[in-house]
Design a protein around this ligand. Structure first.
Ligand code: URA
Length: 238
């Protein structure tokens, strides 16, 4: 969470005094003077000390194996949402999904109350790699692989960043592949394959940056991020 918000919440510091705290070097993160109130911190990753007092954050981070049929939204009148997949006592305020999966897509979703982390993970400049397992309704070729590598151009002219297509099996009726993309355009994977003349018939996200869909996450289940997984995200805390 934002460092200035944490200080305000826990030390009830008024705005002027807050400015002074930062200006006079009384806010330390990992032992170093921090002057940016907007700095994103988590006490499971950072040692946060203000005038000698150690502060603790209480953010939530969950990994969900989203089933098909569930929408990536906080509320929906017709369909089950990713938030509905959690037990009632885990549905804390401010929780939201980082990056959207279509209703018919299965796979890894990160749910967090740390909005700044979500923003950083989704920012195009960060080029966080997302991995998908894909089944399409036709053959895949080396020409498709080359087109992904060059950068697919959608029918409306939108150009995608270079992506990696790894073909596992190719048959005239159905093929399987793994795709790595570093952005998150609307229906991106489906549209990429459509430009190559095939339709996606099954889609599953198996990784978001350093987070992967582990064997302990059967479809429909979720768990808190392990400490070592949170540590792999430390570079996205700014
Ligand atoms: N690309 C898609 O087309 N759909 C998803 O759900 C995710 C990526």
């Amino acid at each position: 969470m934002r460092l200035d918000k944490l200080i305000e919440e826990q030390l009830h510091t008024p705005r002027k005094a807050m400015k002074r705290l930062f200006q006079t070097g009384h806010v330390l993160v990992n032992g170093k003077i921090e002057r940016r109130g907007e700095r994103n911190v988590d006490s499971d990753l950072h040692d946060i000390t203000v005038q000698g007092k150690q502060l603790k954050t209480h953010e939530s981070y969950f990994l969900l194996h989203k089933p098909k049929g569930v929408v990536t939204a906080n509320h929906d009148d017709r369909h089950q949402t990713v938030i509905d997949c959690l037990a009632a006592n885990d549905r804390v305020a401010d929780l939201y999904a980082v990056g959207r999966l279509d209703r018919d897509t299965q796979g890894l979703v990160l749910l967090t109350s740390n909005g700044q982390l979500g923003y950083a993970l989704m920012h195009p400049q960060k080029k966080v790699t997302k991995r998908y397992e894909v089944t399409v309704n036709g053959p895949l070729t080396l020409a498709d692989r080359a087109a992904f590598e060059t950068g697919i151009v959608f029918h409306d002219g939108t150009r995608c960043q270079p992506a990696q297509l790894m073909i596992q099996q190719s048959h005239s009726e159905e093929s399987q592949a793994t795709v790595l993309i570093t952005e998150g355009k609307f229906h991106q994977i489906k549209k990429m394959f459509l430009t190559r003349g095939v339709k996606v018939i099954a889609l599953k996200r198996t990784a978001i940056g350093p987070l992967t869909l582990t064997a302990d996450l059967p479809v429909g289940s979720y768990r808190r991020l392990h400490q070592n997984e949170l540590e792999r995200l430390v570079d996205y805390f700014h």
